[in-house]
Design a protein around this ligand. Structure first.
Ligand code: HEC
Ligand code: HEC
Length: 289
């Protein structure tokens, strides 16, 4: 250990007294400002440690003197948001669909809420914006299976289609092939007739034979002219909009195997206000009646 401070001859700096093979260590301390910043940081961290939740315990944790919790903060913000929403939802619950439609601020709110609820609950089947996919009808056109009035749409959403709700919309397209109601040739003929309704080139002799099959077996649900009947959810076969495909193989399959799309009922799953908002949203997608 050095007894007195020794200075390095070249730099004039004090040495620490440590020496290895004649090489001495210079004593160059940290700048004072740096040391103070370090002490200040330590003091600050102790402060945070005391003020905010910090130390884990066996049954919980030290929650800090101000009792801050990010979860509580979120819950508070949610409560504020709910309080802002609540009067609107109450008004929507208490107002008829037609009245909401005639009240611009309420309609705007309902459609915006409906859009969010649609993305969450419906777009999985009906696609974004209700564009539809094979087997899942488009909700954005004016071609309706069950009706496009506000009351029709609301009923469809509440009770579903071919579902388990007691008032569900229901009907059955018979399985003409599977159940042996029509033979192969009759199915082919009536498919040719269906094709001819959308002015496709079709075999004229088969169309004539198919017309007779249609009148006897299909017109009761699809209408004399094949334009569909909503009371049965039977689609028009005379427009160019198809739920299950308008090429001949798809049409033959519809006839031979039957069709029966299932849509869940939302009555017990969604708040009545949300069902109303969805109804108004779907109604504004393009085909509302
Ligand atoms: C599991 C898939 C599925 C989900 C989820 C679903 N739907 Fe449907 N929806 C269908 C099917 C399939 C049909 C057609 C049933 C048929 O062929 O008659 C349909 C039909 C409809 C119709 C009637 C269309 C018409 O032309 O009359 C409306 C309206 C509708 N859905 C709205 C909704 C809304 C709103 C939601 C969300 C709350 C929703 N759907 C969620 C499958 C679904
Ligand atoms: C008892 C009523 C009923 C009868 C009878 C009936 N259909 Fe249907 N048909 C329906 C319903 C309902 C649908 C729609 C099913 C769905 O949406 O899931 C349908 C769907 C179809 C489709 C699919 C349409 C599309 O958009 O993809 C075709 C094609 C069709 N029917 C042809 C026929 C022909 C041809 C006959 C007679 C041989 C016939 N149907 C008899 C009720 C009927």
């Amino acid at each position: 250990m050095p007894t007195k401070v020794e200075k390095d001859a070249v730099t004039g700096t004090e040495t620490t007294g440590h020496e290895w093979d004649g090489i001495k260590e210079l004593n160059t301390p940290l700048p004072t400002w740096w040391v103070y910043v370090l002490y200040a940081s330590i003091a600050w961290s102790i402060g945070l440690f005391i003020v905010y939740p910090s130390f884990p315990g066996i049954t919980g944790y030290f929650s800090g003197v101000v009792g801050y919790s990010a979860r509580e903060e979120l819950a508070d913000k949610m409560r504020v948001a709910e309080n802002i929403k609540a009067p609107f939802l109450d008004r929507i619950r208490a107002t008829s669909l037609d009245e909401i439609r005639a009240t611009p601020d309420l309609l705007g709110y309902a459609v915006a809420g409906g859009r969010v609820a649609f993305a969450e609950n419906c777009a999985g089947c009906h696609q974004a914006g209700g564009a539809g996919a094979k087997g899942y009808p488009s909700l954005a056109d004016d071609d309706w299976l069950w009706g496009g009035k506000l009351s029709d749409i609301e009923k469809t959403i509440r009770t579903g289609i071919r579902g388990t709700h007691p008032d569900t919309r229901t009907s059955l397209m018979p399985r003409f092939g599977t159940d042996g109601i029509l033979d192969r040739r009759q199915i082919d003929d009536v498919a040719e007739f269906v094709l001819s309704l959308t002015t496709r080139p079709a075999d004229p002799a088969a169309v004539e034979r198919g017309r007779a099959v249609f009148v006897e077996n299909c017109a009761s649900c699809h209408g004399e002219r094949g334009t569909g009947l909503r009371e049965f959810g039977a689609p028009s076969l005379a427009d160019k909009v198809w739920v299950f495909g308008g090429d001949k193989p798809s049409i033959v399959r519809s006839i031979a195997e039957g069709r029966g799309g299932v849509m869940p009922a939302w009555n017990d799953r969604l708040d009545p206000a949300v069902i109303k908002m969805l109804t108004l949203y779907v109604h504004t997608l393009g085909g509302g009646e």
